[in-house]
Write a protein that binds this ligand. Sequence first.
Ligand code: COA
Length: 259
Amino acid sequence: MLFITMHESRAGDTAFVAGRWPLDPDLPTVVFIHGSGGSSVLWHAQVEALAGDMNTVALDLPGHGASGGQGTDSVTAYAASVESFILDLEVPRPVPCGLSLGGAVALQLLLEGKANYKAGILVNTGARLRVMPLIFEAIERDYLSYVAGSRSMSISPKTDPRRIEPLLESMAECPPEVTLGDFRACDTFDVMERLGEISVPVLVLAASDDRLTPVKYGEYLAEHIPNTRLVHIEDAGHLSPMERPEEVTRAIRDFVLSL
Ligand code: COA
């Protein structure tokens, strides 16, 4: 049996965790990208569980988690920083995999990236990500209350809230202006008209109880990106990688091994 310990490291300003280190040049690498105000903690279960079959790397976006640098209010700018990380590290056969804002970053990389992406994975995200004004107001009024209150919006009523505590802890440590910038980046993101340009295989995951990026958004991606596989994760909300880790891991493994 192969025992894997997550490897924590940094490349320049970017902090990341990897499931195996060094990366195997002959295997694809899933590059995990978190959502607004988040960190790589979102993906720890997948980084570990998939490491026997592929390279796995989850990074903290600039200004988040253990990364240095500044947050931004633009998906394009976040995509540029993720692409620099991928190119600097010479990540083998990168497959961007993002949730929510991270999914927007992954879409941007598939549309404009220079690293010759052969596939992508879009989890609980959309081609447009308008944000409820209530979210901006709540962050500006009292950030820690917003983080505490986001439990009810972010997970399925069937999920034990303790599952997402590590992510809420890292969100609480994220500067409120960085989280605000993240949501502004989502609010102006719109590639609805460009999905037909994506020619590589794409896995879309949609969670049955997701209230922030409803199943409709995932179905839209699957209908408009030419080569997609849509997988529904039942009884999970917006944070399905932590709520239903085995199901999400299985979907990613099946997809990447099929490439
Ligand atoms: N994929 C498919 N359809 C989408 C879409 C996507 N990514 N984004 C929006 N649409 C649809 C909407 O469902 C809506 O369809 P309808 O007219 O049939 O109801 C239409 O496009 C327009 O929606 P939108 O652009 O979002 O504007 P709006 O003024 O109707 O709604 C919000 C604005 C903020 C209320 C709405 O976007 C929302 O509820 N968002 C989800 C909650 C949220 O804040 N999520 C955070 C994401 S990071």
